[in-house]
Every structure is written in C-alpha cells, then in structure tokens.
Design a protein around this ligand. Structure first.
Ligand SMILES: Cc1ncc(COP(=O)(O)O)c(C=O)c1O
Length: 467
C-alpha cells in the first residue's frame, strides 16, 4: 500500500518534495498531501507506479513537464493522439469558447451546428464514398458502434444471418466487449473469455520476422496472409460473415506494417464474399502514416473506418465511425418511420469535442501536417534503422511517422527488457511507448529532425545499458 504520496514507502522524501514545489507554478504544484491510493489507474501496474510515480503537469509543443519541473520530449504523441503537438492555442481557445457558448446539447432528437460542421469537414477529408459520420467518445466506442452498424446493414438488406465478425491476431480494438472479442491480445481477453461475443474468428497476423526483418516501409512478403480469410469463409460460409475489422497498421501490438499487396487482397476477398471491411484507424488516422489516413496511404478504401485520438489532437475525448454512404442509406432509408438506428451516447458530438475537432482539422491543414509527416518519414526511417545492430535488437520497422524497435526477450519475461528501456528513457527525459518487447516511437508531426535524432539516439544509448 502507498497511501500518501509523500510517505517514505513511496520513495519520495520531504527534501524532494520541497525541491519540487519550489520549481513550479501554483497551478501545477503537487499538493503536499496528494494521495495516489484512490485512483485505480487504467492499463497500469498500479502497485509499481504508486511506489515510483511519473506525474505530468504541463505540456507544450514537443514537450511534457513533470511535477518536478523536468522537461520530457514526447516521442509518442501522448498516446498516439497529439499529432499537432501540445497546447495548441487555437484548440484551447476553441474549447474555451465552446464551453462558454454551449456547454452541452442533447444529441438525441436535438442537435447543434458544430457537430454537423465537423462531420461535414471530416467527410471532405475522408476517402471518397466514406461520408457519413457517427460520433462517439472513444476508439472503443467507435469500434463497438461500427460492429453494430455492420449488423444493422446486413439486416436492412435482408441478410440478418450475417452475424460473424472476423478480427486478426494481435489486433487491438479497444476494451468494449465487442472490441476485445474481435481483438487479438490474449491478456485483454483472458479474464473475460466466457462472456466474449460469439461467432468470432481471427485472421492470422502478418508479423513475419523470418522473411521481413528490418523492412523499410511495407514489408515485401506476406500478401498471402490475407488468404486466411478463405479458410474462415470455408469453415463458416460467407453468408454468415458480417465484417472483417483490422488496423491498417497494428499499433498497440508492436507496429505491424501491412505487407505489400495484403490490404488490396483482403479488400478484394471481402468484395467477393459480400463482407464489410472495417479499418480501425484510431492510431493511423490524421497523418500518422504520411497522409490523412492509412486508407489513403495504402490506397485501399474500407467500407467503414473508426477514428479517435488525433480527431481532437487528444484534447477532448472523441471518436467517430465513418461509413460508406451506401451503408448509411441502407439502414436509414429502409427503416420504418422513427428512429432508424437504436444506438448513441449522451456525449456523441459533444460541443467541446466538436469545437476541438474543428480547430484540430484547421491546424492540420494550415500547418500542412500530413505533408510534413510524409516529408519527415525518411528522416525517422534513417534514424530508427541506424539502431540495427545495437544490443538486443531483432527488428526495426517503420511507416510514416512511426518507428519500432523490437528486442529479444529475456528468458520467461516477455516485455521486461523493453520495459526497462522505457523506464530509463523516461529517466533521461524521453517518453516512448513500450508494447510487449517493442519500443514504439510516434512523435507529434511538428517534430524537428534534431528532435528525431535526440529521441532515437537516447533509445540507442539506453539499449547498451539494459541487461
Ligand atoms: C486501433 C485502436 N482501436 C481502438 C482503440 C481504443 O481507443 P480508446 O482507448 O479511445 O477507447 C485504440 C487505442 O489505442 C487503438 O489503438
């Protein structure tokens, strides 16, 4: 137990605390009696964290500042979301203005202009045909919403028996029951196994170190992994399958870039069998891969896309499902008079989120951040691939403004080595992300070339220090 932040059991001495407070503005100062016990932290080793906390208090541009006034370079856009950099004045002002004008508007049987405006602007940015937008508050909600839309679509077309969903091994689609059912991360499912959605299958993942290690951009080998869909179609019958959902680039399970031809093949197989294809672009959306979406970078258009994170630059929670007009029309036009789709959230298209989204889209455009990501991608590629040959490294891969360094695991302790790298990088003032035994680097798209070098060279140096 660690009831008091200031207690000796937490490793925080009075001296440290005094020093910390001296360097901070009153708004960021940590109250002396701050207790960490009440907050049950998400996806966190709570006991270890509370014994040695890492508390951020402020952020600006490429940097976080912690409660001790230390500056930390953000090498992972917060959590893959702050694509335009931190503390952007235009977003802050838009949120403040919205809060003053319209704090809340009911989204059921009522509306407000900002959410319509954001949907319209998103539709202009989205791949042709995907121009109907349903707002949620998170990526998880967007995924569950997309799965429901898929069922409603097939039902509206007289194919109600299409109820199976196909995910992919090593897929991450958030934490709703739908998302963990189609997701392919064992620990996220294990405790809930008995209550997962029925009628789910998983495609094989595409990670193939034997053939593709040290690929730059899309790996050469593995288009045929898409044919795994045929195995499932044969076993279940195409007429039972509603949708396939995948991340164009799997982010949370180690940055798995789609092999050349893979997405095209999956698209074509889905078309052949009347199966909807959903791209979960919660991470790949908004410039991460070097254009607006993974779909645009890879030139493959899904039937639906889920978005979140970068939609508001992380500033206000928001997610969205972008559906092909034909899907929307099939559901809405075929419904009996009344509500067409029995689904929605109190905060769907919340005024503050919509305002943040509009300001974010404007920034992406005015700063040409997607083009900047494409221009910087070769710089990040060169930097991360220079880590090849460093201690423990078994693969380096990259796409757009994402780089990944995979390490060999310690015996019986998958993730421990990358975890040690994460901790030491943080100690040295660099925030990266550890996913399993992979170190992911996905900085805000405003990053400079020198900062790319600083992040990667710190990781490189740290690799020499971990056992
Ligand atoms: C691909 C993908 N889908 C869904 C989610 C879930 O989003 P959220 O945490 O906003 O619910 C994430 C989160 O990282 C994600 O990476």
């Amino acid at each position: 137990m660690c009831p008091q932040y200031t207690g000796k059991t937490c490793g925080w001495t009075g001296e440290l605390l005094h020093h910390s407070l001296a360097g901070m503005t009153p708004s960021t100062a940590r109250p002396v009696d701050l207790s960490l016990s009440s907050l049950w932290m998400p996806f966190t080793n709570n006991r270890a964290f509370k014994a040695a906390p890492r508390l951020l208090s402020r952020a600006e541009g490429m940097f976080y500042h912690d409660v001790d006034g230390r500056q930390i370079v953000d090498g992972i856009s917060g959590l893959w979301c702050v694509n335009a950099g931190h503390g952007r004045r235009e977003i802050v002002d838009a949120i403040a203005h919205a809060a003053g004008e319209l704090d809340f508007a009911p989204p059921f049987q009522m509306g407000h202009p900002l959410s319509f405006q954001l949907a319209q602007q998103l539709a202009e940015l989205l791949p042709t045909g995907l121009d109907r937008v349903f707002f949620t508050n998170s990526g998880s909600e967007a995924v569950d919403t997309a799965l429901k839309i898929a069922l409603a679509y097939h039902r509206s077309r007289g194919e109600p028996q299409r109820t199976c969903f196909i995910g992919r091994q090593r897929g991450y689609h958030g934490v709703g029951f739908g998302g963990i059912s189609v997701g392919g991360i064992a620990p996220n499912r294990q405790a809930f196994e008995a209550q997962l959605l029925p009628h789910i299958d998983h495609l094989a993942h595409t990670h193939d170190l034997a053939r593709n290690a040290y690929s730059r951009g899309q790996p050469m080998h593995g288009a045929e992994f898409a044919d795994d869909l045929e195995r499932i179609v044969t076993a279940r019958g195409a007429h039972t399958i509603a949708a396939v959902i995948i991340e164009p680039v799997a982010g949370s399970t180690g940055v798995l870039v789609p092999p050349r031809g893979y997405l095209e093949r999956l698209r074509s197989l889905c078309d052949t069998h009347g199966i909807l294809l959903i791209f979960d672009e919660v991470i790949t959306g908004f410039g991460r891969t070097g254009s607006a979406f993974g779909a645009t970078t890879f030139g493959v258009t899904p039937d639906m896309m889920t978005l979140a994170k970068g939609i508001t630059n992380g500033a206000v929670p928001m997610g969205a499902v972008c559906a092909a007009r034909a899907i929307h029309d099939a559901i809405v036009d075929s419904a009996a008079p009344g509500i067409e789709f029995f689904h929605g959230y109190t905060y769907s298209g919340h005024p503050l989120a919509a305002a943040a989204g509009l300001a974010t889209l404007a920034l992406y455009e005015s700063d040409a951040l997607f083009a900047r990501a494409a221009a910087l991608a070769p710089v990040l590629e060169r930097a991360v691939h220079a880590v090849r040959g460093a201690a423990h490294v078994i693969d380096v891969r990259n796409i757009g403004m994402v780089g990944a360094i995979e390490l060999a695991s310690r015996d019986g302790a998958v993730g421990a080595r990358a975890g040690a790298v994460f901790m030491e990088c943080y100690r040295r003032g660099i925030l990266i992300r550890q996913t399993g035994e992979t170190i992911a680097i996905a900085p805000p798209l405003i990053i400079s070339e020198a900062q790319i070098d600083e992040i990667v060279s710190t990781v490189h140096d740290v690799l020499a220090t971990v056992a």
